[in-house]
Structure formats: C-alpha cells, structure tokens
Design a protein around this ligand. Structure first.
Ligand code: ADP
Length: 301
C-alpha cells in the first residue's frame, strides 16, 4: 500500500516509528507536511499538490496533526477523504475531539463518566459557578492549555475565586472541574485502536504534584486496567468517532472518569512503558480497514 503520514516533522518519535512500521510491512510511505500542501477544490477532481508534485494514489493517510495546525491540517485531510483515501482518523472526528467543550458535551450526553465540570467565559457570578460544580477544591483549566500548562488546583474557595477572576481577566475560556483527590496525582492513558484497548499506562505525577503530565516530571509505567476502564475508553473513542485514540482516565471512587480523548496520541511514552509495537498495530489496522478505500463521510460535515 501507499501510506501518507500527515506530520510536520519526520524526526519526531511517533512519525519515525510509523515510517519504520510501514516499511517493515512492505508499504511505501511518505511524510507530508500539511502546511506545505496546496489544494485545488473542485467538484470534478479534487487535487493536492506538495512541493510541485501531485499527491495521488495514496491508499491511506495517518494524520498526526498538532493542536496548533488543526484548522489547516484537517482541511488537507478532508481533501484526501474527498479523493477517496482512507484516513486512520477522519477529519470530522479530529475536529470534534480537539474541541474540549464539544467533546465533553458529547461524552456526557452518552452517559460516559467524567469529573463534574463547569464551563465559563465571563461568569457574572464566580461564587455561583463554584457552587454549581460542588465548591473547592477544584481544578481550573484554560481551555486552550496543553501539557498541563494552565491547569491549576485551587484548594480553597477564596483561591478558586481569585484564579477564576485572574483567568477571566485574560479573556480566556475556562473549565472548572471537581478535583479527583483519590486519583493521587495519577491518570491512566488507554491507547485505543479500533474497538480495543491495545496498551495502557499509568502516569504518576512527581512528588507533591497533582498533574501527571510527563512534561511536568511525571513517570509512566505499565498498568492493568479493569473491564470497566476498558469499556469506558472504548466508548469514549467511539463517541468521538476515532479509530486511534488516547483516552485519559482518572480513577475515582465512582469509577473511571474521562478527562480527555486525544486524536494524535504520542507513541513514545506508551511504547516505552509497555514494550508494545503500537506503531505496528496501527499499520495492521490500516491493512485490515483501508482496502475498501471508503471513508464514512468522504469529507462531509
Ligand atoms: P492537559 O490537557 O494540559 O494535559 P489535563 O486536563 O490533562 O491538561 O490535566 C493535566 C493533569 O492534571 C492530568 O493528567 C491529571 O493528572 C491532573 N488533573 C486534571 N484534572 C484533574 C481533576 N479534575 N482531578 C484530579 N486531577 C486532575
């Protein structure tokens, strides 16, 4: 097969591993920087060009679209879909999962467990917003944050009010969430491919840190997940419409709670912690599913 990897950098661990895994299984592979693609949008023959060359005959695309290039990256992916190329994750599903508010609304509608969460832009009544989510301690998050930046634990009512007011001053959209103390500064990353959790790891925050992000000094280890955690992770990725997803769970007294569903989950942490060939499993999934050359939406929606 001819596989394209939509990635800005061929040297990133995940991209490198996907190239290796594709080649090891006898496929032709090309790394495509979406930002450098230009497109001809027409109803007869949609086209994509890259460095003076037409990109054609691809059987499948593996999108590895960074958060900062979601808009253009998903447009290029949509164009591939219109050309009948199989996307590992569809553009609509990526767009859906990138929007934290929309994702949480969809998950809650389908009854998936999640921390009690409030959203706000310019709350006229901070006290009432806090009351609505059960009061302090709460975790306050900037909607646009990643890698744990802009995630604050406010232990008292007063601290929570000042942080919310400070964030409001920045004109940022915020999320105010029940603090899951019993998670103990750890979360569980479930790596989903198709309808299976193929690998899972526990990320534990550094001593005295409630955030488990590896970028914040957390460490990862292999973990055995419960059947309920497995079901929750699969349900969450299905609701998002993702074939490949990293579902982050918090272990709470009332069962697993979904924090986030990631559409371009990194491979380095999970492969290192579990010793599994996750890249190989993604390519295997493509081999099984791309043959029909059919996508669900062909770029619609
Ligand atoms: P980011 O997307 O920036 O990584 P997250 O929302 O994943 O931000 O939060 C970072 C980390 O903080 C999580 O991995 C988790 O360990 C911790 N955390 C986030 N929300 C909560 C919460 N409501 N209760 C307990 N811990 C939390």
């Amino acid at each position: 097969m001819k596989i394209g990897i939509l990635s800005r950098n061929a040297n990133l661990y995940s991209t490198r591993r996907l190239i290796e895994a594709s080649e090891a299984r006898g496929h032709e592979v090309k790394v495509i920087d979406a930002l450098r693609c230009y497109m001809n949008i027409n109803s007869e023959k949609p086209q994509i060009h890259f460095q003076g060359e037409e990109l054609s005959d691809f059987d499948a695309i593996i999108p590895r679209i960074g958060a900062s290039v979601t808009f253009y990256g998903t447009a290029v992916l949509r164009q591939f879909e219109m050309m009948g190329v199989y996307p590992v994750n569809e553009s609509v599903a990526i767009t859906r999962s990138r929007d934290k508010l929309r994702s949480m609304q969809l998950l809650s509608r389908k009854g998936v467990g999640m921390p009690i969460t409030g959203f706000a832009s310019k709350p006229g009544d901070t006290k009432d917003l806090l009351h609505m989510v059960g009061g302090a301690p709460v975790v306050i998050k900037l909607l646009e944050g990643t890698q744990g930046i802009g995630v604050v634990l406010a232990e008292t009512q007063k601290a929570a009010e000042s942080v919310i007011e400070a964030f409001m001053g920045l004109k940022a959209n915020i999320m105010v969430q029940e603090f899951i103390k019993e998670a103990g500064g750890a979360d569980i990353r479930c790596f989903v491919i198709g309808d299976k959790v193929i690998a899972a790891m526990k990320r534990q925050g550094a001593e005295g840190e409630f955030r488990s992000n590896l970028h914040r000094g957390g460490s990862a280890s292999l973990v055995k997940i419960s059947p309920q955690e497995r079901r929750t992770a699969i349900a969450a990725s299905k609701i998002m419409g993702l074939n490949v997803a990293g579902v982050d769970l918090l272990r709470s007294e009332r069962g697993p709670l979904v924090m986030e569903v990631n559409s371009s989950p990194g491979l380095e942490g999970i492969e290192t912690a579990t010793g599994k060939d996750v890249a190989g499993m993604i390519v295997e999934f493509i081999e099984k599913n791309a043959a029909s050359k059919r996508t669900k939406t062909r770029g619609q929606g």
